[in-house]
Each structure stands twice: as structure tokens, then as C-alpha cells.
Design a protein around this ligand. Structure first.
Ligand code: BEZ
Ligand code: FE
Length: 304
């Protein structure tokens, strides 16, 4: 049986040629969006179409350049798989992921909540649940010791018990375990649950900064732009708790030589922190993560 496309219904658009001008074309394109049923989708598409047409007109885009742009998006898709999410990397290097995080956290930021930072392409599903105080670095992992002493609280400072805290970091060699055949599966990754006082803690090693993957189309773009490709050393956190908006953030090592040169613009505001050195030469990171009340949402996980 032939299926009728839901939009294949009698059109109420005028049956006459579109005048051959960019303005008339834009009007026709916007009119074609008027019957989009979901109001939020209609609003987003309307604005996207206006900006896309304005952009092409502003730069006087040629057909060859349009083809190059389309091919770039095709390459982004082809470079995305279980090993690497090039689409997320693209949103990151354009500053879009950081912008959307700031938009989403507007209320929390005004009320003193923790700044967000992008999730990036390296969070893995099913990171192992470990007890508080656990060591997350395998015995073979080199580097300085780091103890992370964290607390999850509400905007008014009340502890949030039973929150799920996801953490992951690169090794002192600057690679995540999934990029590095010399590291054990799930090394430097864990999931914790906060205790009744909102606390979580773990032992690890001090991470190193690293270069973002440049073997795909994003790397080609960064090369054309002659940009830095480094990220300052950091630890990732995602905090999920019933009744609170999910917080994805990173804590950056303020003493890293690349502290102010983050290729993905994630190292914002108070997320740069000094790790305190201890008598035994190890480091401690004391951390308070402040969550805004709202609906918990599990973010898209880029890697299996
Ligand atoms: C990360 O922090 O893991 C990351 C973020 C953006 C691009 C590459 C890596
Ligand atoms: Fe990272």
C-alpha cells in the first residue's frame, strides 16, 4: 500500500512563481515552515532559516563552497562511531557546546550555582560504580597522586544525598583509556553515590592536558584556522540527582601551562582551581558542586 507522507496534504501556499530575489525566496521558505505543528520546533526552524539565509547572503556563498560545506558535514558523520564522536567535537570547537551550557545554566549562575562545562566526546556509558574513597587509577598508571574530596549541595548549601556522580579524566600521558592500548578498560573512570552529607571522594592521579583528536574533519578545520589544539588538564563531572537539574562540568588545573588556552572554550570562570600540594607530595582537590532545583535529565552519552 502506498503510504501518504504526513505533510503531503493540499497546500495553502499561493500557486505562483517565487520572484527571483533573495528576499522573496526567504519569504517563501519561511512560509513553508508555518504549518510545523510543534511550536518550539517551528520557532527554532524559523530562526535557523533566517540566520542561514542571512549568512549565505553576507558571505556571498558560492555553489562550490556550499558543496564543500555539505561534504564537511558528511565527513563529520563518517568520522563518528563507537570510538569517537566527531559531531560532539565539532560543537565543542565552535564554542557552541559551551554557549548552550551557559544558556541552560543562566538561572543557576545568577544564584551562585556551579558553572557548567561541556561533556565532550569521551564520557562512557556504564562507568563502574565504586565506593567512596576508592582508587580509580590502576596500579600501572604513572603520575602524581590526587585525592578528590567532593560535596554535592543545593543552591542554599544543603547536602544532596544519593546523587550519582560520574567522573572521568585523561592519564598523566594525556590520553583517555579508550584512546590508549596501555591503559586498562575503564581506567580513571567511575561512578559514585553521595553519602547522607552529600559527600563523595576518590583517589586518582593528577591529569595532564592533551590535544583534542585531529585525525578527522575537525582537525582539518583547526589546521585551516591555525588554532591551538590543546585542552588544559581537567577532571570531568556529571551530577544527577532527583529534583535537581543535571550538572555537567569540569575542574581545570589552574597551574597547567595551557590553563588559559582551551581549544573548546570550556575553562570558564571559577572552574580553574589550584590543586593543594600535601606533605607527601600528592595533591588534594576540594570541591563543592552546587545544583539548581529542576528536572534531572540524563545527557546523551557519546561512547558505549
Ligand atoms: C574532553 O574534555 O574530553 C574533550 C572535550 C572536547 C573535545 C575533546 C575532548
Ligand atoms: Fe576531557
Amino acid at each position: 500500500m502506498k503510504m501518504e507522507h504526513p505533510s503531503n496534504v493540499a497546500s495553502d501556499q499561493p500557486r505562483q512563481p517565487i520572484p527571483a530575489t533573495p528576499e522573496a525566496l526567504l519569504s517563501a521558505v519561511l512560509a513553508s515552515n508555518e504549518r510545523t505543528a510543534d511550536p518550539r520546533l517551528r520557532h527554532i526552524l524559523d530562526s535557523l532559516l533566517r540566520h542561514l539565509h542571512a549568512f549565505a547572503s553576507e558571505v556571498q556563498l558560492s555553489y562550490a563552497e556550499l558543496e564543500e560545506g555539505i561534504d564537511f558535514l558528511v565527513q563529520i558523520g563518517k568520522a563518528t562511531g563507537p570510538e569517537k564522536h566527531e559531531g560532539i567535537l565539532l560543537a565543542d570547537i565552535l564554542g557552541l557546546a559551551t554557549l548552550v551550557g551557559l544558556i541552560d545554566a543562566k538561572k543557576a549562575l545568577a544564584a551562585g550555582g556551579t558553572e557548567p562545562a561541556l561533556i565532550g566526546p569521551f564520557w562512557r556509558a556504564n562507568q563502574p560504580l565504586r565506593p567512596n574513597g576508592a582508587q580509580i587509577a590502576s596500579a600501572q598508571t604513572p603520575g602524581d597522586k590526587l585525592f578528590v574530596d567532593g560535596r554535592v549541595v543545593s543552591l542554599d548549601g544543603h547536602p544532596i544525598p544519593n546523587a550519582r556522580v560520574e567522573t572521568w579524566q585523561a592519564s598523566p600521558g594525556g590520553l583517555y583509556e579508550n584512546q590508549d592500548p596501555h591503559q586498562e578498560d575503564m581506567n580513571l573512570r567511575a561512578r559514585f553515590e553521595t553519602d547522607e552529607d552529600g559527600r563523595f571522594s576518590f583517589h586518582s592521579v593528577r591529569p595532564a592536558g592533551y590535544a583534542v583528536p585531529v585525525d578527522g574533519p575537525c582537525g582539518k578545520l583547526l589546521g585551516l584556522q591555525r588554532r591551538d589544539i590543546m585542552r588544559p588538564a581537567h577532571l570531568h563531572f556529571i551530577v544527577l540527582a532527583e529534583g535537581y537539574k543535571t550538572l555537567a562540568t569540569q575542574i581545570f588545573d589552574a597551574d597547567d601551562p595551557n590553563a588559559y588556552r582551551d581549544v573548546v572554550f570550556g575553562a570558564v570562570g571559577s572552574l580553574l582551581q589550584h590543586f593543594d600540594v600535601q606533605e607527601d607530595g600528592g595533591y588534594v582537590l576540594n570541591l563543592e558542586l552546587k545544583l539548581e532545583p529542576g528536572t534531572m535529565r540524563v545527557p546523551l552519552c557519546p561512547l558505549p
